[in-house]
Design a protein around this ligand. Structure first.
Ligand SMILES: [Fe+2]
Ligand SMILES: [Fe+2]
Length: 358
């Protein structure tokens, strides 16, 4: 019917199996860590809270939530052209991010078993949640006649090694930002049901509670290791992780603003809201948060957006590789300068509040 439906919009490795998106600095990462250090961690300072969280995971509130009902039983050819393309990209990115959580938590559950039983069980139960999330998204892709080969992804992707402390910073933030992303879309579509182009969004309300609980677990585990939070290094690293997570999301989303537009959202406004909320939330555990209201913050991000547009333009040009690199260089340098400027904006000290704002 529509032109774009005749030929696949994406490269396929086998019929119906989408070739994974090219790995870049902006695509979701896969992590690995020092399992022995994690196993030896003494959690006694905050063990009561961790056990309470484990009880919550055992209850499994969303056991019956992820069921594809009759709303999905129709043709989705009405989502076509550019909207279809960005929509599939959204599903793929989300699926890859959820699956990356699944792999890490599953491995942690396996490696800590018998050594740190409370943590081992929590990780195993969180991997159960992430498997559901990833599976649900992969089923959604099948509504668009595609799927991801998650087994292949497991073997072929590069894994980033982070010490446990950094795994906690990174996963804490990705869970909390995930929560704010999902709930913000859900609340928006609740107000504007005419923009709900596909039923997956109505699942986000309960879904994001999983992410919120996962984030609360990382909050509690970091509080059981005060040495991860209470020195000057922790303040520098908190800023670094907050900035990388916010900048990555902003650059990704602005580049895909047509996806958000198809839901009736302005990508920039959406991201600013999610960044503000995640930053506030992070203040419950991190010793510092970013001054995201500082006028220089979004100015610098916008310069990076423009740089990235230029970089894509150069990458898609026909120039020889060496020339491309030369042309790209000033934009890489500019991105570096802008990120550094953002990093150096005076942060907001919140360590006196940590643990009290609940
Ligand atoms: Fe998830
Ligand atoms: Fe999660």
């Amino acid at each position: 019917m529509v032109d774009s439906l005749k030929k696949p919009q994406f490269e396929e490795v086998r019929p119906g199996v989408k070739a994974p998106a090219e790995e870049t600095i902006l695509t979701p990462r896969f992590y690995t860590t020092d399992f022995d250090e994690m196993a030896k961690m003494d959690i006694s300072v905050n063990e009561d809270e961790l056990r309470a969280i484990l009880e919550e995971f055992r209850i499994d509130y969303n056991r019956h939530h992820f069921v594809r009902d009759e709303q999905f039983q129709k043709s989705w050819d009405s989502i076509s052209g550019e909207t279809r393309k960005v929509f599939i990209e959204f599903l793929e990115r989300s699926c890859t991010a959820e699956f990356s959580g699944f792999l890490l938590y599953k491995e942690l559950g396996r490696r800590l078993k018998g050594k740190n039983p409370v943590l081992a069980e929590i990780f195993t139960l969180m991997s159960r949640d992430e498997a559901r999330h990833a599976g649900f998204l992969n089923k959604a892709l099948s509504d668009f006649n595609l799927s991801l080969d998650l087994g292949f992804l497991t073997k072929s992707r590069k894994y980033t090694f982070f010490k446990p402390k950094f795994i906690f910073y990174a996963t804490y933030l990705s869970e909390k930002i995930g929560y704010w992303r999902y709930i913000t879309i859900f609340r928006h579509l609740e107000q504007h049901p005419e923009n709900e182009i596909y039923p997956i969004f109505s699942f986000f309300e309960n879904w994001c509670q999983d992410e919120n609980r996962h984030g609360d677990f990382f909050d509690a585990i970091m509080k059981s290791q005060p040495q991860f939070l209470n020195d000057w290094k922790a303040r520098l690293w908190s800023r670094f992780f907050l900035l990388s997570v916010f900048a990555t999301m902003y650059l990704n989303d602005v580049q895909r603003s047509s996806f958000y537009a198809s839901l009736g959202l302005d990508a920039r406004e959406y991201d600013k809201h999610v960044i503000k909320k995640t930053n506030e939330t992070a203040g419950r555990v991190f010793p510092v948060v970013l001054d995201v209201e500082h006028p220089g913050f979004y100015q610098s991000l916008e310069t990076c957006v423009t740089n990235n547009e230029k970089l894509t333009e150069i990458a898609n040009s026909n120039a020889p590789a060496a020339i491309k690199l030369l042309r790209k260089l000033p934009f890489y340098v500019s991105n570096g300068v802008e990120l550094l400027k953002m990093y150096l904006i005076k942060p907001i000290r919140v360590d006196n509040l940590a643990g009290t704002v609940r």
